[in-house]
Design a protein around this ligand. Structure first.
Ligand code: PMP
Length: 376
């Protein structure tokens, strides 16, 4: 069976060795006589799987002890509600500030409005001029010194990689840079988590849905500073209160056991590749190849301000959009799948997560060249 090169934004390609190992262990995990799916979440086998996954993630991201690592359910969308329910009142103010850089941060902010006094600290949802070039809304990042963070904010939230717009924060701001030392940063890192070293020690909390770089859908990884836990709003469901989940090591109720197991295998695969720095080197090379080609021709165009172009999600448009269907049909025939852009923005998007190898990007670039030669 030939597997196509999969450029899906998520759920997305998983490392083939992980899939093979999961297949081998499907009926009998390590002599237990059981599939991981059949195990009690409180039994010794699953406790080992879950604790190892947590430790491997701590190693990969150098997560300090003062952070709890939680494997939760509901995806990043549920976390958009779970975050304010847990954190918006940790200082007793019920206020939080949001930075808007695209569709995912806008969704986070809208959801948070249900739970308190929410303000916009900065937005890129307007046109601007950068480096002498006109930038369209949602194609740039507001500089940190322009963020207006209120002194009473419980946290300031941003999305560090906008999966749809393809806009990535290359450096995460620190609370000191914001001029609001006691306002922790809360980061939705769903779509670039584990693709580059990220310093979580400057944040209050980082969360990420697993289904891009870390495993299958169904598990959301939460890293939260322990001193922020314990102030949930009374309406917070018990299963989503970090104060319940953290002391039970993600086993307060039944967690997504199989998804955690696969994520754990992905963490071990990342370690075997040389860790996050090694993956970052590969991701830089992949992104340079793809953007380099897109920039070399007027036939394709990526609209994002160059310094904040995402290494993970590369949206691009054809100069003649009437060719879109032919482009996608030809791509499928060439074994390149899931290149259609998000329905809200159209065009194309190639997501080149950790498990998408250089070979896939080379195949994509040769298809881009070939299509242009035939239609340009
Ligand atoms: N945030 C970001 C940055 C995302 O990319 C996504 C999903 N593509 C979400 C949030 C929502 O995640 P989910 O569908 O798992 O709720």
């Amino acid at each position: 069976m030939a597997r196509p090169w999969n450029f899906s934004a998520g759920p997305s390609a998983l490392p083939e060795p992980v899939l093979r190992q999961a297949a081998e262990e499907m009926l009998d995990w390590h002599g237990s006589g059981m599939s991981v799916m059949e195990m009690s979440h409180r039994g010794k086998h699953f406790v080992q799987i879950c604790d190892e996954a947590e430790q491997d993630l701590r190693d990969l991201m150098a997560i300090p002890d003062e952070y709890a690592v939680l494997f939760m359910q509901g995806g990043a969308t549920a976390e958009n509600a779970i975050v304010p329910m847990n954190l918006i009142n940790h200082r007793g103010t019920g206020a939080a500030d949001y930075v808007l850089t695209g569709q995912w941060s806008v969704k986070s902010q809208k959801e948070a409005c249900k739970y308190g006094d929410v303000a916009v600290a900065a937005t890129s949802g307007v046109e601007t001029v950068l480096d002498g070039k006109q930038q369209q809304p949602w194609t740039w990042v507001p500089p940190v010194d322009s963020w207006k963070v209120r002194k009473n904010a419980a946290y300031v939230h941003f999305c560090s990689n906008e999966t749809i717009g393809g806009v990535e924060f290359t450096d995460w701001p620190t609370p000191a840079q914001l001029g609001a030392d006691d306002v922790p940063l809360v980061v939705d890192a769903s779509s670039h988590f584990l693709s580059r070293p990220l310093d979580i020690s400057g944040t209050g909390m980082v969360y990420a849905g697993a289904q891009k770089n870390a495993g299958p859908a169904g598990v959301t990884v939460v890293m939260v500073r322990r001193d922020l836990i314990g102030h949930a709003l009374p309406i917070c469901p018990a299963a989503f209160d970090y104060a319940n989940v953290a002391p039970e090591h993600s086993r307060f109720n039944t967690p997504p056991t199989f998804a955690i197991y696969i994520a754990g295998l992905v963490f071990k695969w990342i370690k075997a590749q040389g860790g996050v720095p090694a993956l970052e080197r590969a991701n830089i090379a992949k992104a340079e190849l793809l953007y380099g080609y897109l920039d070399s021709t007027a036939f394709y165009r990526n609209p994002v301000h160059a310094p904040v172009r995402s290494r993970m999600n590369v949206p691009f448009i054809l100069s003649d959009e009437s060719l879109n269907d032919a482009f996608l049909k030809g791509a499928d025939e060439a074994g390149l799948t899931q290149l259609k852009g998000h329905k809200s923005v159209g065009g194309m998007r190639a997501s080149i997560y950790n498990a998408v190898p250089m070979e896939a990007v080379q195949a994509l670039v040769s298809y881009l060249k070939d299509f242009e030669q035939r239609h340009g």
